[in-house]
Design a protein around this ligand. Structure first.
Ligand SMILES: Cc1ncc(COP(=O)(O)O)c(C=O)c1O
Length: 372
């Protein structure tokens, strides 16, 4: 079966990572439950390789470009990048991104393992100034949960001109909306847990790179730090990828419509969605993104307790963390103590799933009123 990277993503998602086809061959890769392999081959041991991971890695590579390594979680993939940096290396990162990554970087900095310069990722000039003396620029765009958009082409170009490695967390945009490797980034990271797997039943991560040196360093590191995916999870994630473009397109269309309706709602004070022409990020995003994703963040006209009540009151949208599944989820992000203080107390992050838009809207509207 082909995994030709010039094909459209919908075709890649369906065809990539299949075993070679012949009479009676299986359509799907086996779930290879093996910790050890007979001597003399390329794999040898279950921490070094596995055919089910390889199938998933082939599919993500075909979507993102480059070559892919998968990990036991998105955070394991993030940690793999930071852990290969020399002690004391300077990392430039957004001051408003996924709280897990912010916390990890804060811990590395407190332990004097890395020097971290937190920047406003929307302030391109400030980011470029901070690149002086840096080893790595870590870009998450759009950010979680503020939906800030980095000027990826400008930042990648400036970092490459200064010899700074660039890694992009592509979890929110996905390869359908932006291709960081094609723009010149060195590494692209995905929390496969989210849109790629898509069914809220798997925790996995990936790194893709076009640079053979980065690939070898990361592959060797994974062998010995052991942050490998489970074969069953890899199988489920690949099954999820088959419908990823369909799910993501549907969710994104619904997200735009909900963002419009929320913008006109009397109990909503601000909506963040880069696809809204009125959003501060829209013009920048549309210059290089193909679409704007399926997360909408908005602020409720009430305090933290009332905002929690909104989240508890819905019947279709589930009050839960995470995102990117077929089921819509929402939560008040500040309920987590590690969330950035710059995120407003009343900000709700809504991950739009595949339900009917009017059913979702009726549920959301009722929940907004229920808390007053
Ligand atoms: C943008 C972003 N990056 C990374 C992660 C970490 O991924 P995982 O939960 O798969 O470890 C998350 C999780 O929410 C995320 O939203």
């Amino acid at each position: 079966m082909t995994s030709d990277k010039s094909l459209s993503p919908e075709t890649i998602a369906v065809t990539a990572g299949r075993p070679p086809f012949g009479p009676d061959s299986a359509l799907n890769p086996p779930i290879s439950l093996n910790s050890t392999f007979v001597a003399g081959g390329a794999v040898g041991y279950g921490r070094y390789g596995n055919e089910t991971w390889l199938a998933l890695e082939e599919a993500i590579s075909a979507l993102e470009g480059g070559k892919t390594l998968t990990y036991s979680s998105g955070m394991a993939a993030v940690t793999a990048v930071f852990s290969t940096l020399p002690v004391g290396a300077k990392v430039v990162a957004s001051n408003q991104g996924y709280s897990g990554v912010m916390t990890l970087l804060g811990n590395y900095s407190a332990a004097n393992r890395l020097q971290v310069a937190f920047v406003s990722i929307t302030d391109t000039d400030q980011v470029i100034k901070e690149l002086s003396g840096a080893t790595l620029l870590w870009i998450e765009s759009p950010t979680n949960p503020g939906l800030e958009v980095a000027d990826l082409p400008a930042l990648i170009k400036a970092a490459k001109a200064s010899g700074v490695t660039v890694a992009v967390d592509n979890t929110f945009a996905t390869a359908l909306n932006q291709k960081p490797l094609a723009l010149g980034a060195d590494i692209v990271m995905n929390s496969v847990t989210k849109y790629l797997a898509g069914h809220s039943d798997v925790v996995l991560g990936s790194l893709s790179t076009s640079d053979p040196v980065h690939f070898k360093t990361l592959e060797d590191a994974r062998k010995f730090n052991g942050s490998i995916p489970g074969p069953f999870e890899a199988f489920l994630a690949l099954r999820g990828i088959r419908t990823f473009p369909l799910r993501f397109q549907k969710s994104s269309e619904t997200a735009l419509e909900l963002a419009k309706r929320l913008s006109a709602h009397p109990l909503v004070t601000r909506v963040r969605y880069p696809g809204l022409p009125t959003d501060s990020e829209h013009e920048k995003a549309k210059a290089f993104m193909k679409g704007f994703g399926a997360i909408v963040s908005f602020e409720y006209a009430g305090d933290g307790a009332q905002t929690d009540k909104v989240c508890e009151s819905s019947k279709i949208v589930t009050y839960a963390t995470s995102l990117g599944g077929v089921e819509s989820l929402w939560e008040r992000r500040r309920r987590w103590p590690i969330e950035s203080q710059s995120v407003p107390e009343s900000l709700i992050r809504l991950s739009v799933g595949c339900e009917n838009v009017d059913d979702l809207w009726a549920d959301i509207d009722a929940a907004l009123h229920a808390a007053k």
